[in-house]
Structure formats: structure tokens, C-alpha cells
Write a protein that binds this ligand. Structure first.
Ligand SMILES: C[S@@+](CC[C@H](N)C(=O)[O-])C[C@H]1O[C@@H](n2cnc3c(N)ncnc32)[C@H](O)[C@@H]1O
Length: 275
């Protein structure tokens, strides 16, 4: 691939999805874009880059962006954030909200749905505690193929073996050939929607809890700050933000601060919350 072709891909990915790639990631372009080269009958990445600079390449550009996303996810990933949500954030929100309140939760890089559905399973099991309050869970992602998978709620044996407690499997899934299908009850608790984190989150409304995990790692600091500040603006003073294990707000934005010294969980800073 020519240096100019690499620059075309790097600029496209950065502007459309926030993904930052250096020249050391050329192999990633080669492996992930190989199916597009084949489909478009193009010889190499330089030819694909040239095609992308021609008018009318918008759909192709979207496919390239989607192919370059990393969609790894699993149920109850890292465990602790979900335990924190169940034992601390949720009880606190319920105590602060009137009986007819709606609680809104956002899985902001939902991928194939495991994160949003893990939250739905927790909430289904906590139904008595909700005491009539409604809960809305929205899962968003830039990758349409992953969102379609998420809506299907069909997971392989391997996927349900990663992090999902066996009693949750038995309770909320049924076997379908060699795969596992989530119950309609859990699936109906989550709405999946295409949303680019570089867009304005005000279009999604306000959220009491935001899981934005394992996606900011792909962005540069100004993009991380923009995304985090956008989330902060959509959150009430007692909201909670969950980031991935390799992610932090520290040095990125002053709008969030770690909650109760808990790693990976953040609340609005008092100054921001009082505003
Ligand atoms: C590694 S997965 C994380 C999934 C889940 N949050 C978890 O922690 O298991 C990262 C997801 O972020 C999505 N993503 C990347 N850039 C995005 C953007 N600009 N807007 C929305 N989603 C994006 C990818 O499509 C991918 O599904």
C-alpha cells in the first residue's frame, strides 16, 4: 500500500468513527478489508483507497469503517461494573426516584448486545425492587451488522460460556440447535439503534446510567473528551458512568470524577452536578 493510500484510510477512519490508526496497524487494514477487496474485485488497498476518493463512495466508506471496528464483547464483561451497578448504582437511583419515574440506561458501544442484555438480566431479576418504575435500556453502535446480531439475541455456545453465570443461562436463554436464544422478555427490554459517538447525544435524550466501555481506547484525547463531555451533559447529578478497564476520565475531562474510589465508575464532578 502506498503512503498516500494509508493516509486516505487513516483520515477516513478518524473523521467518520474517531478510530486512530498508525502505520503499525497496516496489517489490520489488510486483514479486515480483504473481504471488501474481494467483493469489489479490487487488487489491493491502494486501489480501494483510490475508489474511496471518487464521488459516490459513501456506502463503500461506511463499509470500510464498519469493517475496521473491533466488536469483541461478552456477557458481564469484567464482572465488577455489573456488580457495582446491581448493588450500588441501581439501589441509589431507586432511592432517589419517585415511584412512577423512568430510569434510562445507555450501552453506548453495544456491539453484539451482551453488555445491554447483561444489564437487562440484572433488572429483570430486580423487578420487585423497581416497584413500578420503568426502565429503558438503549444499546447503540456504529456497526450495523453488530446491531442486527444484537437484535437477534442469538449467541454461540462459546459466547454464553464467557462471563455468563450458568443460572442466568438457564433462566433467560433457550437452546436453538447449537446456539442459545435470549428470551423475548429480556430482548424486549433493550432497544438497539445506530448511533455514532461522534454525533450529538442530545438526540438520544438523558441517561441515568451510561456504559461506555472499551471504545474510548480507540480514540485520541480530544475525541475522548468530546464524547465524555457529551455524555456528562445528558446525565443527572446522581448518574453513573462506567468505562472499560483500560479507560479513564483522568487527564481527559474534569466533568467526571471516580465514584467512591471505585475503579471504572464515575459520577459528575460536584461543580458540574450543581450547574
Ligand atoms: C470492543 S467493542 C465494546 C463492546 C462492549 N461495550 C464491551 O465492552 O464489551 C467496541 C464497539 O465500539 C463500536 N464503535 C467504534 N467506534 C464507534 C463510534 N464512533 N460510534 C459508536 N460506536 C463505535 C464498535 O463498532 C464496537 O462494536
Amino acid at each position: 500500500m502506498t503512503p498516500s493510500a494509508f493516509s486516505t484510510f487513516a483520515a477516513l477512519l478518524k473523521s467518520r468513527s474517531g478510530l486512530v490508526i498508525g502505520p503499525d496497524k497496516t496489517y489490520l487494514l489488510e486483514t479486515r478489508l480483504a473481504p471488501i477487496l474481494k467483493r469489489e474485485k479490487l487488487n489491493d488497498l491502494t486501489a480501494l483507497a483510490e475508489r474511496l476518493t471518487k464521488p459516490g463512495a459513501d456506502n463503500l466508506a461506511r463499509d470500510v469503517v464498519e469493517a475496521m471496528t473491533t466488536n469483541e464483547s461478552f456477557f458481564f464483561r469484567d464482572d465488577k461494573p455489573f456488580t457495582h451497578f446491581r448493588t450500588q448504582a441501581l439501589p441509589r437511583l431507586l432511592a432517589n426516584r419517585p415511584a412512577n419515574a423512568a430510569i434510562r440506561i445507555w450501552s453506548a458501544a453495544a456491539s453484539s448486545g451482551q453488555e445491554a442484555y447483561s444489564l437487562a438480566m440484572i433488572l429483570a431479576d430486580a423487578k420487585a425492587q423497581l416497584a413500578g418504575r420503568t426502565v429503558e435500556i438503549i444499546g447503540t453502535d456504529i456497526a450495523r451488522d453488530q446491531l442486527n446480531r444484537a437484535r437477534e439475541g442469538l449467541y454461540t455456545q462459546f459466547e454464553v460460556q464467557r462471563g455468563l453465570p450458568v443460572q442466568m443461562l438457564v433462566k433467560h436463554f433457550r437452546k436453538e440447535d447449537s446456539n442459545w436464544r435470549l428470551s423475548d422478555t429480556i430482548r424486549s427490554m433493550v432497544r438497539f439503534k445506530e448511533f455514532n459517538l461522534l454525533s450529538d447525544p442530545r438526540t438520544l435524550g438523558r441517561f441515568d446510567v451510561v456504559f461506555c466501555r472499551n471504545v474510548l481506547i480507540y480514540f485520541d484525547p480530544p475525541t475522548k473528551a468530546r464524547v465524555l463531555d457529551g455524555i456528562a451533559a445528558q446525565m443527572p447529578a446522581d448518574g453513573a458512568l462506567y468505562l472499560g478497564g483500560a479507560e479513564t476520565v483522568l487527564g481527559i475531562t474534569g466533568r467526571f470524577a471516580p465514584l467512591q474510589g471505585e475503579r471504572g465508575v464515575y459520577g459528575l464532578t460536584p461543580a458540574r452536578a450543581a450547574a
